[in-house]
Ligand binder design. Structure first.
Ligand SMILES: [Zn+2]
Length: 98
């Protein structure tokens, strides 16, 4: 089985995870911390991080965009549904039906 990255959906934001590894001789002890790309997401109200590699970035970025597009389409459909419900209720009231 191969992965199907075109179907992947991800909700969250890309961020950079910075850390000091703790090795005394490492450049991060005195200089810049190590930087790793990461996906930040919320699970049951808690923020969590999944660390990524540079190789994951394109796939994760595409999956985040797919999720945003799908959510936008769903929000638009829900707004249309609300408008349809409102106009149906208004029409029913106007004709005196309950
Ligand atoms: Zn280090």
């Amino acid at each position: 089985m191969t992965d199907q990255p075109h179907d992947l959906l991800l909700a969250g934001t890309l961020t950079t995870f910075r850390r000091r590894c703790g090795k005394p001789g490492c450049r991060c002890a005195t200089g810049d911390p190590h930087e790793t790309p990461a996906l930040r997401y919320t699970d049951s109200g808690r923020t969590k991080l999944v660390t990524l590699t540079e190789a994951d970035l394109a796939e994760v970025t595409a999956a985040l965009q797919r999720y945003r597009a799908a959510r936008t389409a769903l929000d638009r459909a829900a707004a249309d549904g609300l408008a349809a419900l409102r106009s149906r209720l208004a029409a029913r009231r106007a004709t005196g039906q309950v």
